[in-house]
Design a protein around this ligand. Structure first.
Ligand code: ZN
Length: 114
């Protein structure tokens, strides 16, 4: 299977997203384990099922996970479908949730060192 990170680099929009200073310091202060918990909560709250408002459920700022979601195309069910081939009209499985959170956390970790 192709590494989704390589595919995401083809998107100028997603490639140019970076974690702002305030978000990076929040991650350092809270720690990656806490941020991973937030990622699980946010994905479960906002992405578990398809909603008619799909595409608007993830703000562009306010939490490092939100920024990471746009960068990794895990921001909405339409992006999960287009980029990660996850079917739209059913609940996410635990595997899919784990997959999304792992992408989010990988992106955030990369941002801390770059
Ligand atoms: Zn999206």
């Amino acid at each position: 299977m192709n590494d989704p990170f390589l595919q995401l680099k083809h998107s100028t929009f997603r490639r140019n997203i970076t974690l702002q200073y305030t978000d990076r310091s929040l991650v350092r202060r809270k720690g990656l384990d806490t941020i991973r918990k937030h990622a699980y909560e946010l994905v479960n709250e906002r992405l578990l099922t398809y909603s008619p408002h799909d595409g608007h459920q993830t703000p562009y700022a306010g939490h490092p996970v939100f920024t990471a979601q746009h960068a990794t195309a895990t921001c909405c069910r339409t992006c999960l479908f287009n980029w990660h081939k996850i079917p739209l009209y059913r609940e996410l499985t635990q595997n899919e949730i784990d997959y999304g959170v792992s992408l989010i956390m990988r992106w955030i970790s990369n941002q801390l060192v770059s």
